[in-house]
Design a protein around this ligand. Structure first.
Ligand SMILES: Nc1ncnc2c1ncn2[C@@H]1O[C@H](COP(=O)(O)OP(=O)(O)O)[C@@H](O)[C@H]1O
Ligand SMILES: C=C(OP(=O)(O)O)C(=O)O
Length: 473
């Protein structure tokens, strides 16, 4: 598998045990459930499918529950086509169509407070836009700016405006509770605007007795402006290109993506690029040239992971998407230049002794042409290894499934849950963890006679960091 990880959103196209199993075998390292769709009954169905497939395949597969956040979406109605110049009514009241047939239901009252005459409304990911021509207490009249199909349950954004909706939203709170019920690996926070939003989320989550990893989606103007303080207090960020493309001019997106990636890497936090990764594969079994080049370039930006949305949720080819992604990632990784890696590392400062030791560990293993095999109880050491973007294989054993899941979306790490293997040797878990992992890797042919292994662990209680070099015989 490549060093850049693949995460896939589940949806009608991937709501199937065999599809999910194939996706994992082809290289999916984690799944996302977008909780803006469905309810607890559908979310649990996806959780079970992923847990069944991952335990059958013996792999730790993280689950990301994505909260809708303080966003405004349309409600349920029959989809209809519109043509440029049509007049359409948006209303919270299904009966309030003023004699019009074409009515878009938007329940949130914040939408009607925020909309003014002349505003541009972007629908979905911007597939259709409207201009507001008249407003009322619970309706807005718009003129359609381009032809398209108006589908239900899509995002409704007013260009240049943010809704004053409470954070966390009512659905967010349900997702937080559900995350505790199913012990989800991560919760993704949508429309995070500031450090305060993350703190509010943490506060509610802690009341459910389970603290998942936190991923902030950077997607609004305030989220982007405040990303420094946000990144400090989360495990990772998603560059949510779908919404960024609604809140910023599209031509600004490349620079915004690069700035978010740079900031996350500077803080040693996971960074995931999302949306329209291989969008051309929603309806086609082969990706477009521009999609291939975009994905190749993201690998060159040394991101941790890419996250599919439409491609695996409603696309026709969820398994082929993963297969193509692996091909493109592997090609891009085999062509990464040394200059790029050293420029990247030159921009990172080692923060403390452990950090400096890990920096040296990665350089040592690379200069030996070796493989790192380590054991970790807290996740600190492998997180740092990943931060240096190792260009050799790294296998890490960890003490529990949750930690294995959490680390699995990080750059360059192959994680194994060793809880079974170390359970009778807890006082020597570091030593036994490494030894048993090497044994397993030899058995599975991942390590062969002649291979050089750099074995390592960092015991937090003793401040002893050990490195041992072994050649497989
Ligand atoms: N759990 C689900 N149930 C049904 N449809 C879903 C689900 N998750 C995603 N989808 C479909 O896949 C599309 C793409 O997913 P995503 O990008 O996560 O959503 P959105 O753009 O609506 O926020 C959604 O618009 C929706 O049509
Ligand atoms: C991943 C994204 O979020 P969502 O699908 O929730 O809109 C995005 O905006 O790119």
């Amino acid at each position: 598998m490549g060093k850049v990880k693949i995460i896939a959103t589940l949806g009608p196209s991937s709501r199937d045990y065999n599809v999910i199993r194939k996706m994992i075998k082809e290289g999916v390292a984690g799944f996302r459930i977008n909780c803006a769709h469905g309810d607890e009954n559908t979310w649990i169905e996806y959780v079970k499918l992923v847990r069944d497939a991952s335990s059958d395949l013996g792999k730790a597969i993280p689950l990301i529950l994505d909260t809708p956040g303080p966003q405004v979406r349309s409600g349920d109605f029959q989809e209809f086509t519109v043509k440029q110049g049509d007049n359409v009514v948006i209303s919270s009241n299904p009966g309030n169509d003023g004699g019009e047939k074409k009515i878009i239901i938007v329940p949130a009252k914040e939408f009607y407070t925020a909309a003014s005459t002349g505003d541009i409304i972007l629908y979905g990911d911007g597939e259709i836009s409207f201009r507001v021509v008249n407003t009322g207490e619970d309706f807005v009249e718009v003129v359609v700016l381009n032809d398209g199909v108006v589908k239900p349950r899509k995002k409704v954004v007013i260009e240049g405006k943010e809704y004053p909706v409470a954070f966390p939203s009512e659905v967010d709170r349900r997702v937080f509770k559900f995350a505790g019920d199913v012990k989800a690996t991560f919760v993704a926070l949508s429309y995070v605007r500031s450090l305060k939003d993350v703190e509010l989320a943490k506060d509610v989550l802690s009341r459910h007795g389970w603290m998942p990893g936190l991923i902030a989606k950077i997607e609004t103007r305030s989220g982007f402006i405040n990303m420094g303080e946000i990144i400090e207090v989360v495990d990772g960020v998603i560059v949510a290109r779908g919404d960024l493309g609604l809140h910023f001019p599209l031509e600004k997106l490349p620079l915004i993506q690069k700035e978010i990636v740079r900031e996350a890497i500077k803080h040693g936090k996971t960074v995931i690029i999302a949306t329209e990764i291989l969008e051309s594969m929603v309806n086609n079994p082969r990706p477009s040239r521009s999609d291939v080049v975009d994905l190749y370039n993201s690998v060159g930006d040394l991101v941790d992971a890419v996250l599919f949305t439409n491609e695996t949720a409603i696309g026709k080819y969820p398994v082929e998407v993963v297969r193509w992604t692996r091909r493109i990632i592997e090609a891009a990784e085999s062509e990464l230049s040394r200059a790029l890696i050293s420029e990247y590392r030159g921009a990172i400062k080692a923060m403390n002794l452990l950090d400096k030791y890990v920096q040296g560990l990665v350089l040592l293993a690379e200069s030996l042409g070796g493989t790192i095999v380590g054991y970790s109880k807290t996740g600190r050491m492998p997180t740092l290894v990943s931060k240096y973007r190792p260009q050799i294989k790294v296998y890490i054993g960890v003490s529990n499934r949750f930690l294995a899941e959490k680390l699995s979306i990080k750059y360059g790490l192959e994680i194994t849950d060793m809880s079974q293997a170390i359970q009778d040797n807890l006082e020597k878990e570091y030593e036994v963890g490494v030894e048993k992992l090497v044994e397993t890797l030899v058995k599975q042919n991942y390590l062969r006679p002649g291979d050089i292994v750099v074995e390592t662990y960092a015991k937090p209680q003793t401040s002893i960091h050990e490195i041992r070099i072994r050649q497989i015989i």
